[in-house]
Design a protein around this ligand. Structure first.
Ligand code: CDP
Ligand code: CDP
Length: 210
């Protein structure tokens, strides 16, 4: 049976790092689905279109090509915010759904991380994890990451971003951020990346023997 591992959680909870490590460990392909939303936003920005131009956003989502996902600009702070704005457009989500389900349908399985993997994209995933941490801890993690890459930004500004994004992602009507009823919730506020990885592996190993 294919091993699909669905990992969801709010910004900077560590879900991407964890997804990548699980994928390497179990020999599965990994898709960071946030990159799809970031790439749609970047396409609009490059075309000079407004982020609330629903028709342009839907076209960008429908014609998204994998090459775009390697653009280093996708990791910039402003792109997370822009992605969050276009991600509430139902036609964008619908266009990206097929893309993600095709990836999850590879024969051995896959690891996908995002906001709605366990609830909408892969409701039948063998393992569902919901990764969380306090907003303050997530802001510290993201701040460390961005300043490490040379982006000058204050911790307070990152915390404000994260709180605004949490509120927008959780309150939108199209696929809001929430844990699936059958997800294992892992609060990593007090865990480093190695400890989170060990806890997640225990969940996956248990599911594999069932
Ligand atoms: O890494 P971080 O959590 O900061 O951001 P991301 O995962 O790259 O996601 C950026 C934005 O895309 C999120 O704030 C969501 O609004 C949106 N997103 C989504 O709606 N559904 C997903 N499966 C992944 C991302
Ligand atoms: O994908 P998401 O936005 O949820 O977070 P990330 O980009 O995977 O992780 C944000 C940062 O937190 C990375 O620099 C990790 O090294 C660090 N971190 C973690 O991933 N897990 C922990 N339990 C603690 C820190």
């Amino acid at each position: 049976m294919p091993m699909v591992i669905a990992i969801d959680g709010p910004a900077a909870s560590g879900k991407g790092t964890l997804a990548k490590r699980l994928a390497d460990h179990y020999g599965l392909p990994h898709l960071d689905t946030g990159l799809l939303y970031r790439a749609v936003a970047l396409t609009l920005i490059d075309a000079g279109a407004a982020l609330d131009d629903e028709a342009a956003a839907s076209r960008a989502a429908a014609s998204l090509i994998a090459d775009r996902l390697a653009d280093p600009r996708l990791r910039e702070r402003a792109m997370g915010e822009a992605a969050s704005r276009i991600s509430g457009i139902p036609a964008v989500r619908a266009a990206l759904l097929a893309w993600q389900q095709r990836f999850a349908g590879t024969p051995d399985g896959a690891v996908l991380d995002g906001r709605d993997i366990g609830t909408v994209i892969c409701p039948d995933a063998r393992v569902k994890l919901f990764i969380t941490a306090s907003a303050e801890e997530r802001a510290r993690r993201r701040h460390r990451e961005l300043t490490g890459r040379g982006e000058a930004v204050s911790l307070a500004a990152i915390l404000a971003d994260i709180q605004a994004r949490d509120a927008r992602d959780a309150s939108r009507s199209a696929a809001p951020l929430k844990a699936a009823a059958d997800a294992v919730v892992l609060d990593t506020t007090e865990l480093d990346a190695d400890e989170a990885f060990a806890a997640a592996r225990a969940v996956v190993d248990r599911a594999r023997t069932q």
